[in-house]
Write a protein that binds this ligand. Structure first.
Ligand code: FAD
Length: 360
């Protein structure tokens, strides 16, 4: 019997698998497809990302350094309100490559990572979990002390464990123009109901256009309008769900959820790579597979680590829906150099932010 069955080899699952294996636990990870594919993510991350990957992976994953964002209340030609630092705030990275690196690190730590294996059922018993897995050689049942649902926004594990859904699932769509662009700024358009559209220069990897909105907002038509407004042409498109608003409970008797399965995302951007890996570290640190009571420690630990920023992030998102005149005044007042960390809205109240504003 394994200590942990992890479902999903995205950033959250692989990060957890690595930590649990390093702690001496027997870990198997099932990934339904090929690790990292299909792509459904911008891979726009704060520099903290580099603390989670081996140093040697930087050059392969790095695409472009971003110094800030230019906010717009209209289309491509509308007035830009820049928010920036004098040093890079974030990087555009190769997201498929990131997943592969993280899964490789988990394997090196001793986890058994099996791609091409789809988990189709999870049953919790008093002393174990029984997980049904369909692989290239047929269907098998694997037993473990605990199951970890790191299987993304539409988590099957969440359903099987009877855990509540996230508050919202937004529909995100991306497309890529292959023309290289190494500019310093992403463009953010507050033209989408309750969210935004974006343009990310990705260096030699081209330019990414994207947006996210509630289902029913005719996302494909809005995406076409964005791309044509920039006079661009995209040759690859993809889409995915973005969960917002973690449920009250992400643990059951012998199971826990991680990453998008638990909606551990930034409500004001939908970004979840760093939050999911932060929660994975909380789980690997606190959960003893032989002692289900430690699942409560994980609930506390990840909410302590991320809860405040998620709550503040939800408030930041509300500004996307303010009346235009108020948005115009707010953006005019606050644009310029900033000291904010892109993953931590709580840094809006930091000394660094105060210094940046006073120094303008
Ligand atoms: C359009 C878009 C743009 C985004 N841009 C950013 C960004 O720039 N920065 C950022 O930080 N975040 C971004 N995100 C969010 C980010 O992609 C997610 O937060 C992140 O991928 C969550 O990681 P995860 O490991 O929890 O889940 P995932 O990365 O979704 O991994 C889950 C894995 O589980 C596997 N799986 C699912 N079901 C099963 C099953 N039954 N059996 C076996 N395996 C299964 C899947 O194949 C997948 O590999 C974006 C999301 C979207 C949709």
């Amino acid at each position: 019997m394994y200590d942990f069955v992890v479902v999903g080899a995205g950033p959250a699952g692989s990060r957890f698998a690595r930590g649990a294996a390093e702690a001496g636990h027997d870990v198997v990870v099932f990934e339904q497809g090929v690790v990292g594919e299909p792509l459904a993510c911008s891979g726009h991350v704060s520099l903290d990302l580099w603390d989670y990957v081996p140093e040697g992976a930087h050059d392969d994953l790095f695409q472009n350094a971003i110094y800030g964002a230019r906010f717009h209340l209209g289309g491509a030609d509308s007035r830009a309100y820049p928010f920036y630092k004098t040093t890079p705030v974030s990087n555009a990275i190769d997201r498929v490559g990131l997943d592969r690196v993280l899964a490789g690190v988990a394997e090196d730590a001793g986890a058994d990572v099996r791609d091409g294996h789809t988990v189709t059922g999870v049953e919790e018993r008093p002393d174990r979990v029984a997980v049904t897995v369909k692989g290239p050689d047929g269907t098998e049942t694997v037993e473990a002390r605990m199951v970890v649902g790191a299987d993304g926004p539409r988590s099957r594990v969440r359903r099987a464990l009877g855990l509540p859904d996230p508050d919202e699932l937004l529909h995100g769509v991306l497309g890529f123009d292959p023309e290289p662009d190494a500019r310093d700024f992403v463009d953010v358009h507050l033209t989408i109901p309750r969210f935004f559209a974006w343009r990310i220069p990705r260096g030699e990897a081209g330019v990414e256009y994207g947006l996210a909105a509630a289902p029913g907002e005719d996302v494909p038509a809005r995406f076409d309008a964005l791309v044509s407004d920039y006079g661009a042409e995209v040759d690859r498109r993809c889409s995915g769900a973005i969960p917002i608003g973690p449920p009250d409970r992400v643990t059951s008797r012998r199971g826990l959820l991680l990453g998008d399965a638990a909606a551990q995302t930034k409500p004001f951007t939908g970004g979840g790579i760093l939050y999911g890996m932060t929660a994975a570290d909380c789980a690997a640190r606190t959960v003893d597979p032989a002692d289900p009571d430690t699942l409560a420690d994980y609930e506390r630990a990840w909410r302590d680590a991320l809860g405040r920023d998620i709550r503040l992030g939800a408030l930041v998102r509300r500004a996307y829906s303010l009346p235009r005149p108020i948005q115009r005044v707010g953006l005019s007042l606050f644009s310029g150099e900033i000291g904010v960390h892109m993953d931590r809205p709580s840094s809006l109240f930091s000394a660094e932010q105060l210094r940046a504003m006073l120094g303008r």
